[in-house]
Each structure stands twice: as structure tokens, then as C-alpha cells.
Write a protein that binds this ligand. Structure first.
Ligand code: MCA
Ligand code: AMP
Length: 502
């Protein structure tokens, strides 16, 4: 019986292609669609053995592997809530999230950082970056539990942490209904079918890899060709086997850097999709010149999954724009009083739709700040619509840096650096970077002799994931400030904007 549980929908849509490969790992078939329920069922039985029950949070800190996917589907099939986190997080970052989410189980890689055992009462089990570990070992010995917990569309499926302007991570609560509506909209807009073969090399622990790439494969009953991570040479070698590729702009910049990336290498592809960060029109044009393909750019957020997309027809894809609201989604551009602005005028982007999450976990004030009673959500992005309703993102009203598709909130790093002995003031800002789009930079003023740069670098290394670490730290005599004494980050961005110019 099909219920609101996303997993029931996936399995129902895959039922009549039992012999088709569901997941290929580095080119080898791991299981067919007919075998997938059994792999998930064994994992579900293992989770039950570990005490996971409906409504529990299950946190996962590891890299891409087929077992990551089986675990994800098993958590949802159990009626529990899947809470992934970036595998690059430090123990300090993980501890903060574990404390907030209070999971019944923490599934983690044995090699990378997690808080020391005993620092919390959370049960743990290993699932390593290469897919091995105590969890898959346990699952392999289980009788599969083929049951899928019936869920309402309003029941929570996934909680994804996103930092925000205060620097304290907030868990966006996504329901089965949010995720189902979004995959339906993308399936229709991007004309997916079971004929598709999808190359998946995005991290599975973020919305892009999980809700867009993975869900489209599972919902379409299209084979997923998985790689552990993006690697230009591997991607070029796999492209001839697939029909769809998607990624962050850095993937496209890196592909273009390779002379092996030719028109021939892309001849089987019907659709290239980009998102998570702005795709520079220069990259769009270079890609078209090299391959003849116009990349389809779309726009989304952790809290909303996908919001807008450029049209499917190649000629309709306009560089520098993010296209039209997806079916069922409404986008409005508003002024500071939330009055809707006419076409062409820049304002804050608000959205509403069945994809908008249920708010932030245990954060009523933060929820009230961004989720309005009329159903609209404040994205923190600014932009405008043209006369046809096509959306262009102009900037951000939130202080956010997007580096290689990962969000970095300056407030989080500023809070950490401000506590380093001898640091007087600190500002973290982004500057253009040819590979990552933006690079994280920090500037500080110090209280003379009390400051020790090496000690600060140790704090950075111990407390911040690599992608959040400032690529450069400048020690200034004084900050540029406005009349109110506020640090002028724009001036800092201007001063250092050519730091990575090629
Ligand atoms: C790695 N490094 C980074 C990043 N990634 N530094 C800044 N920003 C990054 N994104 C560090 C490494 O630790 C290393 O440090 C150095 O930079 C070079 O590493 P490299 O080997 O080049 O990196 P990589 O391992 O190849 O990773 C780059 C990557 C990866 C493949 C672009 O960052 C990635 O997969 N990004 C995708 C992120 C994503 O999926 N975002 C979606 C979020 P050192 O040299 O010091 O060791 S979801 C979202 O945004 C919404 C919903 C949406 O709309 O999709
Ligand atoms: P996240 O919180 O990781 O989901 O990141 C969401 C943010 O990524 C959005 O609020 C935008 O600022 C940015 N974003 C996503 N897609 C695009 C895009 N195509 N162009 C520009 N910014 C984007």
C-alpha cells in the first residue's frame, strides 16, 4: 500500500523494473531495483536491533557509498528522521549538532572526527567512508524487514542543519510531503523518465545530492551511477554511460579545465544541471562553446529544496538567471514592508509552496523570523523578476559565503575567532575565487602582544571543517567602519577582491 512515506512511493514506482540496476558504484552494479527493498529491509532490521524507533533522529556523518543510500532509505522506512552532516566537520562541530538533535543513534566513519565516547549518551555505530563498518556488518546478518512505516505527508523525514546569520546551526525540518512534492516537480520540469541514467558525484549529506540527484533516480526508476566524490577525470570517463549530470558550478569550471572534456565526451547527455551557487555567465558560455550544451541553472535552499528552474528547452535557458518557480511554488519579490514589487525592481525573494519545510527544530524564534503566517518564507536572497516572471538573483541580504557549493556563515567563524586571546575585532568575508566561486577570508585587529597567529591557526584547524577555514587571514591596524562604527565588509571585499585572480 502506498502511504505518505517517500520510500513507499519510490518502491512502488520501481516495482515493474526489477532487473534494472538501481545503483552502480564506480561502474559496477551494486543492486537492481528488485533487490533494493531487501538491502533496505536488512538495514531497517539492523536499525531496529540498535533500538531505532519511529520519530527518533538518526545522525549520519560519513561519505558517499551504497550503504549510505540503504541507511537513508531504512531510516525513512522506520519512520525515523534522517539527520546527515558534512563528513568534513570537526568533533566540535559534530558535538554541537548532536547536542541539539538528541539522536537515538550516531552513525559515523571510524577515521574522521566525532566527539569522544562518553561525552554524550548517544549510541554509536560505524559506517566508513568506503561503505564498510559495524553497521553494514550487522545488516548483512539480518532477515530483511520489508515493512515501510505508514507516514502522513506532514511527518518529518529529514532534518538538515544550516547555520544562519547568528552562527548557531538550525535544523530545517523537511517532511515526507515536502520532499515528495519537490521530486514530482523536478521530474516533470526536467522530463525525467526510466530511460535516464544519472551520474551522481555530489555529497549525499546535502540537499543537492540527496533531494535532487538521489531522489530523481529513485523516483524515476533511473539507474544511479555513483562516484565517491567529484573528480574531473572520473566524471569524464563515466559521462558516456549516462544521460544526466548535475553539480555545483565548481564541477563545471573544473571539467572545462580538462582538455579531455570535449563535445564527444558529452554526446550521450540530454541534460546538464547546475545549482547551489551562482553559475557565472562566462562559464555557461564557455561550456556551450565547448560542448554545444546550455547548462540548466536552478535555485534552491536547504529549507525549501528546489524553488525555481530555467526551462527545459535549451533556448529558454538564460545565463545569469535561475528561471521560473517550479510547479506549485510561488515566488514574490518584496520591499522592506513586504509589499510586492513590480517586474525589474530588486527586493527580497520570498517563496511559498508544498516544498517549504516545517520550520527550524526547537527554534521558535528563528522560525518566526523567517516563516510568515501567510505561508511565505524569507529566503535572505535578493533579486528581481522580469516581465515574464523569470527570476534573477541579485545578491544576498544574509551574510553568507558560498564556497564550492558549501555555505559558510561568517558569523560562525567570527564568533570563534573573536574568542582567540589577543583578537580585538574580526570580520569574515568572501572574495571571488576561480575554482570555488568565492573564498573565505578573515581580517582581524589585535591587542598587540597577547596575540599569537600560530595559536589562532590551531583553533581554526581544530574547530572548523576545511571548507570553512579562511584561505587567508589579514592582520589590520584598523577596520574601515561607517559612522555607526560598523565594519564595512564591502570595502574589505573590494580591497582583497583580486587575491586569487589568475
Ligand atoms: C574542499 N576544500 C574546500 C572546498 N572543498 N575549500 C573551500 N570550499 C570548498 N567547497 C578544501 C580542501 O579541504 C582542500 O584543502 C582544498 O580545499 C582543495 O581541495 P580539493 O581536493 O580541490 O577539493 P575537493 O575534495 O575536490 O572538493 C571540492 C568540491 C567539493 C568537489 C567542489 O567541495 C564539493 O563536492 N562541493 C559540493 C558541495 C555541495 O554539494 N553543495 C550543495 C549544498 P587543503 O588543500 O588545505 O587540504 S545544498 C545547497 O546548496 C542548496 C540546497 C542547493 O541549491 O543545492
Ligand atoms: P543552502 O542553505 O546550502 O541550501 O544554500 C541556499 C543558498 O544557496 C540560497 O539561499 C542561495 O543564496 C544559494 N543558491 C542556491 N542556488 C543558487 C543559484 N543557482 N544561484 C545563486 N545562488 C544560489
Amino acid at each position: 500500500m502506498t502511504t505518505g512515506n517517500l520510500v513507499s512511493t519510490f518502491f512502488a514506482r520501481q516495482a515493474d523494473v526489477p532487473t534494472k540496476p538501481a545503483i552502480l558504484w564506480e561502474g559496477e552494479s551494486v543492486c537492481t531495483f528488485g533487490e533494493l527493498p531487501e538491502r533496505v529491509g536488512q538495514m531497517r532490521a539492523a536499525l531496529a536491533h540498535l533500538g531505532v524507533r519511529r520519530g527518533d533522529r538518526v545522525m549520519v556523518k560519513t561519505g558517499n557509498s551504497p550503504n549510505f543510500i540503504f541507511t537513508y532509505l531504512a531510516v525513512l522506512a522506520s519512520g525515523a528522521i534522517f539527520v546527515p552532516m558534512n563528513a568534513a566537520y570537526t568533533a566540535a562541530e559534530v558535538a554541537l549538532l548532536v547536542e541539539d538533535a538528541e539522536p537515538a543513534l550516531l552513525i559515523h566513519d571510524a577515521e574522521t572526527a566525532v566527539p569522544p565516547k562518553g561525552s554524550d549518551a548517544v549510541a554509536r555505530i560505524t559506517l566508513n567512508m568506503d561503505g564498510s563498518g559495524a553497521l553494514p556488518d550487522l545488516a548483512a546478518g539480518q532477515q530483511p524487514d520489508f515493512g515501510v512505516e505508514p507516514m502522513a505527508l506532514s511527518d518529518l523525514a529529514v532534518m538538515l542543519f544550516t547555520s544562519g546569520t547568528t552562527g548557531r546551526p538550525k535544523g530545517a525540518m523537511l517532511t515526507h510531503g515536502n520532499l515528495l512534492s519537490n521530486v514530482e516537480a523536478l521530474y516533470e520540469t526536467w522530463r525525467f523518465s526510466r530511460e535516464d541514467e544519472i551520474l551522481h558525484c555530489l555529497p549525499l549529506f546535502h540537499a543537492h545530492g540527496l533531494f535532487v540527484c538521489l531522489h530523481l533516480g529513485l523516483y524515476s526508476a533511473a539507474s544511479l551511477h555513483m562516484l565517491p566524490k567529484f573528480d574531473a577525470a572520473r566524471v569524464i570517463a563515466e559521462l558516456g554511460k549516462v544521460s544526466v549530470f548535475m553539480g555545483v558550478p565548481t564541477f563545471y569550471t573544473r571539467l572545462l579545465e580538462s582538455p579531455e572534456f570535449t563535445k564527444d565526451a558529452t554526446s550521450s547527455i540530454r541534460l546538464f544541471i547546475s545549482g547551489s551557487a551562482p553559475l557565472l555567465p562566462s562559464v555557461f558560455s564557455a561550456f556551450e562553446a565547448r560542448t554545444g550544451h546550455r547548462i540548466l541553472e536552478r535555485y534552491g535552499m536547504t529549507e525549501t529544496a528546489m524553488i525555481t528552474s530555467n526551462p527545459y528547452e535549451q533556448v529558454g535557458r538564460i545565463p545569469g538567471t535561475v528561471g521560473f518557480p517550479l510547479p506549485g511554488v510561488t515566488v514574490r519579490i518584496v520591499d522592506a514592508d513586504r509589499r510586492e514589487l513590480p517586474a525589474g525592481e530588486v527586493g527580497e525573494i520570498e517563496m511559498a509552496g508544498p516544498n517549504l519545510c516545517a520550520g527550524y527544530w526547537r527554534r521558535p524564534e528563528a522560525t518566526a523570523e523567517s516563516f510568515y503566517a501567510d505561508g511565505f518564507f524569507r529566503t535572505g536572497d535578493t533579486g528581481f523578476k522580469d516581465a515574464e516572471g523569470r527570476v534573477t538573483i541579485a545578491g544576498r541580504s544574509k551574510d553568507l559565503i558560498i564556497s564550492g557549493g558549501y555555505n559558510v556563515y561568517p558569523a560562525e567563524i567570527e564568533m570563534l575567532l573573536a574568542d582567540v586571546p589577543g583578537v580585538q575585532d574580526v570580520a569574515v568575508f568572501g572574495v571571488p575565487h576561480p575554482d570555488f566561486g568565492e573564498a573565505v577570508m578573515a581580517a582581524i585587529t589585535t591587542e598587540g602582544t597577547a596575540f599569537d597567529m600560530a595559536a589562532m591557526q590551531t583553533v581554526i584547524a581544530e574547530r572548523l571543517a576545511k571548507f570553512k577555514q579562511p584561505k587567508q587571514v589579514f592582520v589590520l591596524d584598523a577596520f574601515p567602519r561607517n559612522a555607526m562604527g560598523k565594519i564595512l565588509k564591502n570595502e574589505l571585499r573590494g580591497r582583497y577582491r583580486d587575491s586569487f585572480a589568475r
